[in-house]
Design a protein around this ligand. Sequence first.
Ligand SMILES: Cc1cc2nc3c(=O)[nH]c(=O)nc-3n(C[C@H](O)[C@H](O)[C@H](O)COP(=O)(O)OP(=O)(O)OC[C@H]3O[C@@H](n4cnc5c(N)ncnc54)[C@H](O)[C@@H]3O)c2cc1C
Length: 426
Amino acid sequence: MTHPSHIRSWYSDSTPELPLQPTLEGAHQADVCILGAGLTGLSTAIELAEAGLSVIVLESKRVGWGASGRSGGQAIFGYGCDQGKITQALGLADSKRLFDWSIEGVEMIRQRCAKYAIDCDWRDIHAHVAIKPRHIVELKAWQRDLTENFDYPLQWWDREQLQEVMPNDRYLGALVDPRSGHLHPLKYTQGLANAARTLGVRIFEDSEVVKLERGPKPVFHTDKGTVSCDFAVLAGNAYVHGIAPELDRIIMPVGTYIGATAPLGEARAKDLIRNDMAVADVNWALDYFRLSADHRLLFGGRASYSTLPPPNLRGTLRQRMRRVFPQLSDIDMEYAWGGYVDISMNRAPHWGRLGNNVYYAQGFSGHGIAATGLAGRVMAEAIQGQAGRLDAFERLKHNPFPGGRLFRTPMLVAAMAWFKLRDALF
Ligand SMILES: Cc1cc2nc3c(=O)[nH]c(=O)nc-3n(C[C@H](O)[C@H](O)[C@H](O)COP(=O)(O)OP(=O)(O)OC[C@H]3O[C@@H](n4cnc5c(N)ncnc54)[C@H](O)[C@@H]3O)c2cc1C
């Protein structure tokens, strides 16, 4: 019998496989049952287990199989949308609270790595870089807003200062956050799973939820078993369909792609980014990159809303990477892979509850490494009767994508491409 495995990526090749967790069979009970063993589900599980609740996690494939084990690994404050949108929706005072909590999300990563001895190659510092003069204007306006309204001053590095750590003619300056950083996402997700298990959380892999029976005691069904619980948590992100259709309509799965070069050797890698920070530009179709612990360049970019991924994904990523780092013209992309992000229409987080015992967090909109930790904590608080923070997130209103699950992209052809994309890549 074959079991699901992670998609091939530099992450899966550089992380020892954890022993397969059992498949759910028969009838089980728990205080809380969670669908999805990504960062959201595992974070929720840890918070609840730390508080003494019994928790079961059901994962259709493997721990970290979804976005959490594939991401760019850039852990940044804030949410997928501009903070201004949150201010518009909630007012400045609540927007500031949500912003502060997002910083808590970044801090939680450091705390969890320390508390549970998770070695996930964490490195400090993140930079948003400017390519065009108008980006400088935008980034400086953002810096002002963060300082004046959110009490979060970032550093501005002009071109010369940036070149000292990243000798690259493409960039005109950078907005730098020493408190954000980057990590190996699959190692981190697996580290959270190990931590959860030491706290008594029961994780079942190869256990796809096919139905959630709602009621006073929700029941999750898989092909071979059931879990009855007091509280259900849906943390299936862009990969879950049909379990709570009212949630499916709010997000659209969008493919995004990353490549990893062949190892560059320490000296050559350090020449690219001397301080080992993570970098993202501020274009709509952004490039983002960082070094790996084994001295590769990990280079991400290219979202696919409506078209098939390029047939030659590796070649496309190599081309983009060489546009940024012409000095790597002799270097190949050894890996290329992709995954879905769960985009909400306004890119704001969609966290809340259905009735009084089904909780969910989705709509991370490509900005989930840190926010997922916070989402888990906020849902766990609400399950334990402290719903103040979840209430604040629930005040963010969301519109469904028009056209339902099949045709939520603007054109039929785009929707079809999505399915072809799924078949081709995942
Ligand atoms: C290529 C890529 C690059 C990214 N880069 C960044 C980045 O640099 N910085 C950043 O902040 N964010 C990034 N993100 C986004 C970030 O990875 C996600 O927001 C985050 O990992 C979401 O975590 P999650 O636990 O909610 O979802 P996931 O990790 O997707 O987990 C959901 C899990 O639910 C399981 N599941 C689904 N349906 C069922 C079912 N019916 N039964 C049981 N299990 C089910 C899936 O198998 C999956 O394992 C990136 C995402 C991708 C894909």
